[in-house]
Design a protein. Structure first.
Length: 110
């Protein structure tokens, strides 16, 4: 499978999530409510090692289910509450794709 790709993807989105998390504490009104934190989540960097280790061993990590829920909330909020750049929609769809593929691959191995 693509465990190395998943670990790079989780690490990069986690690093961007750390930047967004730091922006939460800013006093500037444009960064007050930023739902992009659901996709660029700092938890991704926390779970990147354990998720890729489990994937390398042929098992699915629970973080993919959590990330799936975050992305679905992000997409739903993007339709009604907040406008995102096209790149965020593409990234969210790529991450959603990886969540679904990981679920399908590791559910079939049971």
């Amino acid at each position: 499978t693509y465990w190395a790709y998943d670990s790079i993807l989780l690490t990069l989105t986690g690093l961007a999530g750390i930047v967004l998390f730091a922006m939460i504490f800013s006093q500037h009104p444009t960064v007050r409510v930023n739902l992009q934190i659901l996709v660029l989540n700092p938890l991704s960097i926390v779970f990147a090692y354990s998720a890729s280790r489990k994937a390398h061993n042929g098992r699915r990590h629970f973080y993919w289910d959590l990330l799936f829920a975050f992305i679905v909330i992000f997409l739903a909020c993007g339709l009604f509450l907040q406008k995102y750049a096209e790149g965020m929609w593409i990234l969210a769809c790529c991450l959603l794709d990886r969540c679904i593929i990981n679920r399908l691959i590791y559910s079939a191995k049971k």
